[in-house]
Design a protein around this ligand. Sequence first.
Ligand code: SF4
Length: 368
Amino acid sequence: MTAAPSARGLAAPPEPELDDRVSGSTLYHLAACERRVWLLRHAPGEQAPPGEFDLALMERGRLHEEAVRRRFTGLVGPLWRWGQPLEPAAAETLRLLRESRAPLDQPLLLSADGRRVGVPDFLYWEDGALVVHDAKLAESVDRKPEIALQLTHYARLLEEAGFRVARLEITSGLGEVLDVPRLDDASYDAAIARALELHGAAPEPDLLLAHSTCAECGFYDRCWDRAESEGRIEVLSGVRRNHLPILHGMGIRTIADLAAREPHELEVRGLGRLGPPMVLEARAHRDRRAVWIARPELPAGRPRVWLDLEGDPQDERFGHVIYLWGLGVEETPGAFAAEAILAGPGADGDELGWRRFVERASAVLDEF
Ligand code: SF4
């Protein structure tokens, strides 16, 4: 399915939300953040509109899907488009699956109770069984639980309608056809049960993901404004998700709770040497002032040099892990000069950028 809007760069889901039914899109979001599933259902108006980056990502997804579509011959469809009623498209999909062996474009699959729906990009036949095929911008299916969950969803809907499924696969952003491992039935059933709860009367999950993840989500303002106004410890950069059960177990839920402790009290199993600096960070937030963790071990009276790297982990297409290298020199206090080196386009762009950076950094270090 053509990528649907997603605000602030969170990778585009496979299909739009389809009222309160559990769709591939619901499961996509569930794999990333169950609070997002709840918010999309109960407070959709609080989501920020898609930005330029999201629109560019959606366009890339659309072009990729078009390219995959051209690989099929005799494709029938699209059988469903966004905004059209579901039931006629589901009936036509079933008719074509029963009466022909044609590959299908955007078939619509509906469960018997009507509560689950799925729109795989393509279905085709192989030795009397169906292959579920999606176009994805992802370069691999490793560490992509949302892809396995979506495609398992389509497979289950097909099997419940009486069809055999041969396998699940995607055409990746690199144009490779990759097999997708199928989820076991218990995991799929648990995901569906949780999604239905979140669409129903379940309370909003008390969950906040890492700042870097939330920054790409359309609900960032809602979740983070609320967390900051409540003084939640999750907003501290030194507190990671795996620390939360330990801190909660110590009765620490807010920045004020944490700031009131002595640093040595946080030297506990599971936090180790990361514990004491958390207290100092909490005090800096509470008191709105800098709190020194340690004296910087830089020699006084010497020029200072800053080296900085910026990466784009989402650019799977070219794999440019680093796209910007920065150098800054403060020869005397206040006399700061900075320069930036950008990765060029193409597969060698980051390597060439890195070589220029090493050359410049070496020259700066030689000079000072
Ligand atoms: S901002 Fe973060 S916690 Fe909130 S819905 Fe988005 S990803 Fe989930």
